[in-house]
Design a protein around this ligand. Structure first.
Ligand SMILES: [Zn+2]
Ligand SMILES: [Zn+2]
Length: 338
């Protein structure tokens, strides 16, 4: 079968062996696969190290065969979505402190799900979520992009920042941010969307933002303090912008992962003292979050804006366009057979 591999920081399509369903795994025929910024970072070695093996962690497909113990979770022919953004998406133990505490994505034995850019993939069956027919194949990016945004919004609740509050979403028109704007607006937050350029800001407004602001604009300072800044930017400058927008006692919730070459986020302890800030991070979500998100998508509360589609052989071109910010929203591979 065909599958994407990384060679010298570029994507190549190769013939590889068919996956086999082990005991509690299912082999899924991939129908569509979302292109996440993380795939680009992994391929280019932006976070240190170099990707080997499969690439891609957002998929929709049809269960083709089951391992001996997998029929408790799914059946052959089921249409499913899978991904979880690379952490906890392939396996978690279910019995450690993190798993029992409701955060299996931090399980020390957790394994990453990689390899949706392929004709087939073997997936740990408990990590699969059934997909209703009303959610289209183009919604594959919900599996990481959507889930990550939803996980971040749920963290606001845990932090005691409830609907009605003013929050900033930095990188609002991006592959993650555009989900966060829709979800936050539909929950009743007052959303200040921060991005760069008129087209991206207009897009954020169309998703339900109350106010849109250009991160490069002098008027940024007029926004006034927000209760929380959710930073989805893939650049460190977005984190600085998010910090600058917080009111006293505000909460910086990081989500984007800038390349390590962007350097460090510098913070003065005096500033933390004077402004009483909280800083935390939100990484992906759980399978239960994924099920809730699928329900929200089926209800029309959240929708993937697809800015680019193409066959598997287009993947390297799509990465180049993503680097050059040539499309808005997400890219989806809609044919993995060519
Ligand atoms: Zn991702
Ligand atoms: Zn565990």
């Amino acid at each position: 079968m065909k599958a994407a591999r990384v060679a010298e920081r570029r994507v190549v399509i190769q013939e590889v062996a068919e996956p086999v369903a082990e005991a509690d795994h299912a082999v899924v025929r991939v129908v569509s696969a979302g292109v996440c910024h993380s795939d680009l970072h992994l391929a280019r070695g932006d976070w240190g190290g170099q990707a080997s093996g499969g690439l891609g962690h957002e998929g929709i497909g049809v269960v083709e065969s089951l391992g001996a113990d997998a029929d408790r979770y799914v059946q052959e022919g089921d249409r499913v979505i899978f991904g979880l953004g690379g952490m906890g998406g392939a396996y978690w133990c279910g019995s450690c402190e993190q798993c029992l505490g409701g955060e299996p994505q931090f399980c020390a034995q957790g394994r990453a799900l990689l390899g949706t850019f392929a004709e087939r993939i073997a997936v740990w069956a408990p990590a699969l979520t059934a997909l209703p027919a009303s959610v289209s194949d183009l919604e594959a990016p919900l599996a990481c992009g959507g889930l990550t945004a939803y996980g971040a919004i749920k963290k606001l609740f845990k932090a005691g920042i409830f609907p009605g509050s003013r929050i900033a979403i930095v990188g609002a028109a991006g592959g993650l941010g555009h989900y966060a704007v829709q979800l936050a607006a539909s929950f009743g937050y007052r959303v200040i969307a921060v991005d760069i350029g008129a087209e991206r800001l207009e897009f954020a407004r169309s998703l339900g933002a109350d106010l849109v602001v250009d991160a490069t604009d002098d008027t940024l300072g007029d926004v006034g303090g927000v209760a929380a800044s959710l930073v989805f930017s893939a650049g460190l400058s977005g984190f600085r912008t998010g910090l600058s927008l917080l009111r006293r006692g505000g909460h910086l919730l990081g989500v984007g992962l800038p390349p390590t070459s962007d350097g460090m986020l510098e913070l003065s302890p005096f500033e933390l003292f004077a402004r009483n800030l909280t800083i935390s991070y939100s990484a992906v979500g759980t399978v239960q979050d994924m099920r809730e998100l699928v329900e929200l998508a089926a209800d029309g509360k959240v929708h993937t804006h697809v800015g680019r589609t193409g066959p598997l052989s287009d993947l390297e071109h799509i990465f180049e366009e993503l680097e050059a910010r040539k499309y808005v929203g997400r890219a989806v591979i809609t044919d993995v057979t060519r």
